[in-house]
Design a protein around this ligand. Structure first.
Ligand SMILES: Cc1cc2nc3c(=O)[nH]c(=O)nc-3n(C[C@H](O)[C@H](O)[C@H](O)COP(=O)(O)OP(=O)(O)OC[C@H]3O[C@@H](n4cnc5c(N)ncnc54)[C@H](O)[C@@H]3O)c2cc1C
Ligand code: SF4
Length: 501
């Protein structure tokens, strides 16, 4: 029986982040472990409210009150099992999820601070590693059926693990040189150290999953070949088509880049150093992958922009501005706009914001300014208002509000336009819809025997959704292959986040 008064005795507390001057001098994670005493105290704040809306907030349907109580009572082995019953990779979500479950926690309804669900989750995940090093759970008998998974992000990996444990032979094809999708080279080490991916991959390998890196499906191997070799194919290729701004004057100047070009290259430098390999020093166009001593301007307000901010500070930027088109969001939930338990529009400050830089809201770039040699020296911005008219975004500059911000390096983190246009699509007989995503039928098939999941299906989203879709697509593939019993399917293809309307 959970403690009904725990939240009255304990305030919400998170472990202290490592001090800013220390953490920006390395690439290690920002948060140290919480420690058992703190985490059991925080788990005690879960009152087992009876109707746990956090279950609906979490696309995986994580059994949050169950594992909170198991942690409260020090029953770690059972907590590990309970968490893994719904989530293949809690070490990723516990570190990286924005925690829509916490926005839906009943404590938030009563004016209290929600339970630190995500922190409890990561501590359970790390306890699993500490206890038995992620013990493999291979299938008891092979089914003789074979599945190709294209793309090794969280969607592809979750599906691969579910299918391998059900006895199918699974091969994951990845065009990159390492497995992990955006977790590997998109998300910096200060948010997710790569040892966590490697430990999980060791488990998947021991469970029989085969990995083939450096293979671009559609180019190095055709869809026809893959279909001949496998009984079903899952496409989990992500939504990596970066949005650009070709119409802005000066876009072609040196020093103006897609954020992902800089971020991925910077993360590769860190990976290479960790592997004892020589670091790549430049982008393909010869630009040094380094913000050291530079005035950096990041355009955009999401995860990618915040990750660029953290990278720029660790590289030694002289100064960083982060520009956002929209006005500064409120710091408290606007209940009329986003009633509990929905995900509220709020000013979100990541640890990277604590490390420095200036955020500028309600502005738009009018021009990237040339220094006379073809290199950017500033961005000219204007204050703007933004309205939606017939679903279209109308951005109106305020007359007389223009000014320049110095810039040697400009990073465009203005979102993604869906999955990339690539040969694989036509070869499998699938196409991008108006949002750049690939639609599926209710059974996750985009074409006969070809399934789709994760960002490729949903559009750029979150790790928790990618895992949920990977699990659900695996359940559909298992049924398609005539597998015995049912695998869990936490979401259907039409499922959307909790919304008021
Ligand atoms: C910079 C950044 C930071 C983020 N931070 C967070 C965060 O903190 N929290 C969070 O929840 N979400 C975050 N996200 C979003 C999250 O990373 C994605 O939603 C998630 O990774 C999607 O998983 P996925 O498996 O669908 O695709 P991805 O992770 O994108 O993986 C797709 C994989 O498919 C491979 N591929 C593509 N085409 C082929 C082909 N033809 N052949 C072989 N392989 C192919 C790609 O190389 C890639 O490895 C972030 C995203 C970005 C860009
Ligand atoms: S995966 Fe995300 S939404 Fe689900 S319990 Fe963990 S932090 Fe909450």
């Amino acid at each position: 029986m959970p403690d009904p008064n725990g939240f009255l005795r304990y305030d919400r507390r998170l472990p202290a982040r490592r001090p800013v001057p220390v953490r920006i001098s390395d690439w290690r994670e920002v948060y140290p472990p919480a420690g058992e005493e703190l985490i059991r105290e925080q788990a005690t704040r879960c009152m087992d409210c009876g109707i746990p809306f956090c279950h609906d907030g979490c696309p995986l349907g994580n059994r949050i009150p169950d594992w909170n109580d198991l942690v409260r009572t020090g029953n770690w082995d059972a907590a590990v099992d309970s968490l893994h019953a719904t989530n293949n990779f809690p070490e990723f979500t516990g570190r990286l999820c924005p925690a829509p479950c916490e926005a839906a926690c009943v404590l938030g309804l009563g004016g209290q601070q929600p339970v630190t669900i995500k922190q409890v989750e990561v501590e359970i995940a790390d306890a699993a590693v500490a206890r038995d090093g992620l013990r493999p759970r291979p299938a008891s008998a092979p089914t003789g059926r074979s599945v190709a998974v294209v793309g090794s992000g969280p969607a592809g990996l979750a599906a691969a693990q579910q299918l391998a444990r059900a006895g199918h032979t699974v091969t994951v094809y990845e065009r990159d040189d390492a497995i992990g999708g955006l977790l590997r080279y998109g998300i910096p080490d200060f948010k997710l150290e790569k040892q966590h991916i490697d430990k999980r991959l060791a488990q998947l390998t021991a469970e029989g999953v085969r990995f083939r890196t450096g293979v671009e499906v559609g180019v190095d191997v055709t869809a026809e070949q893959l279909r001949a070799e496998h009984d079903a194919v899952l496409l989990a290729c992500g939504a990596l088509q970066g949005r650009d701004t070709p119409e802005t004057p000066g876009r072609a100047l040196r020093g103006v880049h897609q954020a992902m070009a800089h971020l991925v290259a910077a993360n590769r430098v860190v990976a290479a150093a960790g592997n004892g390999r020589p670091a790549l020093a430049t982008l393909p166009d010869g630009t040094p992958i380094d913000a050291a001593g530079k005035h950096v301007v990041i355009i955009g307000g999401g995860d990618t922009a915040a990750d660029c901010l953290g990278v720029a500070h660790r590289q030694g930027a002289a100064g960083v501005h982060q520009l956002d088109l929209y006005p500064q969001p409120p710091t408290e939930r606007d209940a009329a706009r986003d009633p509990w338990p929905t995900w509220p529009w709020l000013l979100r400050s990541y640890p990277a914001h604590e490390e420095g830089g200036e955020r500028v809201f309600a502005v738009a770039v009018q021009e990237f300014v040339d220094d006379g040699t073809g290199q950017v020296r500033a961005v000219r911005i204007a204050e703007v208002t933004v309205e939606k008219v017939d679903g279209r975004r109308i951005v109106t500059p305020l007359p007389g509000s223009e000014r320049e911000i110095p810039a040697d390096l400009v990073l465009l983190a203005i979102g993604f336009e869906g999955t990339e246009e690539q040969p694989l699509l036509a070869q499998f007989g699938v196409a991008r819809n108006a949002r750049g995503a690939v639609d599926s039928r209710p059974d996750w098939q985009a074409a006969d025997g070809v399934f789709v999941a994760g960002d490729m299906h949903r559009g750029a989203s979150l790790i928790v959704w990618a895992i949920a879709e990977g699990r659900a697509a695996a359940a559909a593939i298992h049924a398609y292959l005539g597998g015995v019993g049912e695998l869990p399917a936490p979401v259907d293809p039409a499922r959307q986040p909790l919304a008021a309307r």
